[in-house]
Design a protein around this ligand. Sequence first.
Ligand SMILES: [Zn+2]
Length: 138
Amino acid sequence: MICSRCGRQVDNGTAFCPMCGAQVGYTPYQKPGMGLAICALIFSFIFPLVGLILGIVGLKKYQTEGKGMCIASVIISGVLLFISIVSTAIFVPALNGYIRRAREAGNKRQETGAVVIVEDAPSYSEYIEFFGDQTTDI
Ligand SMILES: [Zn+2]
């Protein structure tokens, strides 16, 4: 590449011109946009809203660095947010309906005095094993 200050030929990958000391290029680890893009990508999986905001900020602030990752994090965040909103919209009414039906069933049981069947109740032999056969004492 060519130094922008003195116009001399400088080796590629050199951060500073050896002739005049001017900064001639970015070193691979001096890319502030990359850190933000990586953060945006990671957050888009953990907290999609944060990932979405970071991705948009990255796209607006840094035009080239980590642009692909910023776009990816915006897309991933958007998709995950959409899925979570849709699933909440489906799940919450379904859960409310279930609770309502359970309550109604409970009320009905109290009214009729029907026997409640407990599915995990111990069998007779398990009961005897645990408490002993009390009938022999009588
Ligand atoms: Zn120079």
